[in-house]
Design a protein around this ligand. Structure first.
Ligand SMILES: [Zn+2]
Length: 146
């Protein structure tokens, strides 16, 4: 346990050294227009969204609103979000299974036009970078070679 804790400290130190907020969880970065956000799925499959400023520091949720549409085999599920501190957390978990498309819509305020992000949700860990596949940092080409 002690060694795992130490590794966690080292990883956090590495992220901090690179100028990224320590609050980040190692999820998928969503970047487009004015949106810089981290998409992270918790162990109980709830979606967390953290928002970053230009310096990659977590900033307040503010008036932002988000919706997640999970297109699972069992059907489409819309996830709503509520703010908990500086995090938007889905009020329900993602559907069972993985390998389905998740569309994340983020708007700066209610009623504003949202920006859409589309990712394929794969929960298993990548053997190379040890991040969940949905947040994998490996090059596509390298993956194909495995
Ligand atoms: Zn990877």
């Amino acid at each position: 346990m002690k060694r795992i804790g130490m590794l966690g400290v080292l990883l956090l130190a590495g992220i901090a050294a690179a100028g990224w907020a320590e609050e980040l969880r190692g999820g998928r970065l969503l970047e487009g227009g004015e949106v810089h956000a981290e998409f992270f799925v918790t162990a109980d499959r709830h979606v967390e969204l953290r928002f970053l400023d230009e310096a990659h520091q977590v900033e307040a949720v503010g008036g932002r609103v988000a919706v997640c549409i999970a297109a699972a085999e069992s059907g489409k599920t819309n996830l709503q979000f509520e703010a908990r501190g500086d995090v938007l957390v889905s009020t329900a978990p993602l559907p069972e299974g993985d390998g389905y498309t998740v569309i994340i819509q983020i708007a700066r305020a209610p009623g504003e036009k949202p920006r859409n992000f589309r990712i394929v949700y794969h929960a298993e860990l990548c053997g190379e970078c040890e991040r969940p596949e949905y947040a994998c940092l490996c090059e596509e080409g390298e993956h194909a070679a495995h």
